[in-house]
Design a protein around this ligand. Structure first.
Ligand code: GDP
Length: 436
């Protein structure tokens, strides 16, 4: 789209410079001066979308600030501090102001900064941002694409909430902002700035700015190339990071109802520029630079993602001889590369399989050998046992036979003794009878 715009602008230049075109006067009203209006009408009818990512520790006032900025109460439960990891929660709302529709998506980082080990806290955020770019790229690469109806979820602005410590940035903040700065427009803000005194705030802002610079963190700069906003944007760039206060509570101050926070010692007005930078933030984020944030997202951050992704896929604009790169050649080169890799992988897997089979065969042979040895050992044991039992049986049989022989002899002796005993008795009987 932007390339096309540039081309059109280029053509216009040529047209006005008179290269191949002549400037001709119009003798009456034609009507193409309504083109800008047509463009505005078309955009208004279509509506706009804007996606904000709020990064910051739980309880820093992210939800309250969103409600304050958009003058509404977005749904949402207060987040707890006991999340096991960082999760991104996205909610989309349809807003209407006059005749302009805005599809607003607010993405929050639930659980950010709540874990003991915060080393990987930035990862889910980076992955989320990339996933939105990827969805857009996939839609762009489709043969039948419907980009005008596509819900563009790419993040246009990242409000980075800094805790009002008054000291310096936490390493978590520096690491996260560094990881995000090439992917999203970062607008750092000091949250709950009513918790810090005016002089401390000035020092804190200077400290934050110098830490961002020394760590090479690129934050979003309000553009100064458009004359109509150059002055205000230039001034506002010097006020970064904005120190904000959020509140949806309206209090009567003088004879006006105003958003404020009331304390036992006094009242802080959200929209009072001597109290905080809320108005500056709203002005810069919504009223002056919303379109630039959308444009920067598309032309800078998405473009970078798209370029890296397409290069990763093997696409180039020119070949090594600086000739235009053919899509067909790229496709075939990538296909051959893929097939080569596939073959290599297949061969590796085959080798691995053969190796595994060999190892398994070896293991099985070893196990079989062990089983044979065990079997032989048991067989020998069994034979020894059997022989012992047979010997025992034989000796018992011998004992039984000997016993039987002794028994028979004893019986014989007993019967002989009985016979001898019987004839003696008869003889004595006969002698007794003879006596009488
Ligand atoms: P989140 O977890 O970051 O979304 O924080 P919330 O918006 O839920 O706010 C947490 C608490 O901080 C609530 O009690 C708010 O009323 C309070 N709070 C929000 N903004 C401010 C502020 O600017 N100053 C002070 N002092 N408190 C605030």
């Amino acid at each position: 789209m932007d390339d096309r715009c540039n081309r059109v602008r280029g053509d216009c230049h040529r047209f006005f410079l008179g290269e191949g075109c002549r400037t001709v006067p119009l003798s009456g009203h034609v009507g193409f001066d309504s083109l800008p209006d047509q463009l505005v009408n078309k955009s208004v009818n279509h509506g706009f979308c804007f996606n904000i990512l709020c990064v910051g520790e739980t309880g820093l006032g992210k939800s309250t600030l969103m409600d304050t900025l958009f003058n509404t109460k977005f749904e949402g439960e207060p987040a707890s501090h006991s999340q096991p990891g960082v999760q991104l929660k996205s909610s989309t709302y349809d807003l209407q102001e006059s005749n302009v529709g805005l599809k607003l998506t607010v993405v929050g980082t639930v659980g950010f900064g709540d874990q003991i080990n915060k080393e990987d806290s930035y990862k889910p955020i980076v992955e989320f941002i990339d996933a939105q770019f990827e969805a857009y790229l996939q839609e762009e690469l489709k043969i039948k694409r419907v980009l005008h109806n596509f819900h563009d979820s790419r993040i246009h602005a990242c409000l980075y909430f800094i805790a009002p410590t008054g000291h310096s940035l936490k390493s978590l903040d520096l690491v996260t902002m560094k990881k995000l700065d090439s992917k999203v427009n970062i607008i750092p803000i000091i949250a709950k700035s009513d918790a810090i005194s005016k002089s401390e705030l000035t020092k804190f802002k200077i400290k934050i700015t110098s830490e961002l610079v020394s760590n090479g963190v690129q934050i979003y700069q309000f553009p100064t190339d458009d004359e109509s906003v150059a002055e205000i944007n230039g001034t506002m760039n010097a006020h970064l990071p904005f120190a904000v206060i959020g509140s949806t509570e309206e209090l009567k101050i003088g004879n006006k109802m105003m958003k404020a926070r009331q304390y036992p010692w006094g009242t802080v007005q959200v929209e009072n520029e001597t109290h905080c930078d809320f108005v500056k933030l709203r002005e810069m984020l919504i009223r002056v630079n919303m379109e630039d944030l959308r444009e920067q997202t598309h032309t800078r951050h998405y473009e970078l993602y798209r370029r890296c992704k397409l290069e990763e896929m093997g696409f180039k604009d020119t070949d090594p001889d600086s000739k235009p790169f053919s899509l067909q050649e790229t496709y075939e080169a990538k296909r051959n590369e893929f097939l080569g890799e596939l073959q290599k992988k297949e061969e590796e897997m085959r080798q691995m399989f053969v190796q595994r089979v060999k190892e398994k065969e070896g293991e099985l042979k070893e196990a079989e050998k062990e089983l044979h040895e065990k079997f032989d050992r048991l067989k020998k044991l069994h034979q020894d046992e059997k022989k012992k039992l047979e010997d025992k049986k034989k000796s018992l049989d011998d004992e039984v036979n000997a016993f039987k022989q002794r028994k028979t002899a004893a019986e014989l002796l007993q019967s002989q003794a009985q016979q001898a005993g019987g004839s003696q008795t008869l003889k004595r009987e006969k002698e007794r009878k003879n006596f009488f």
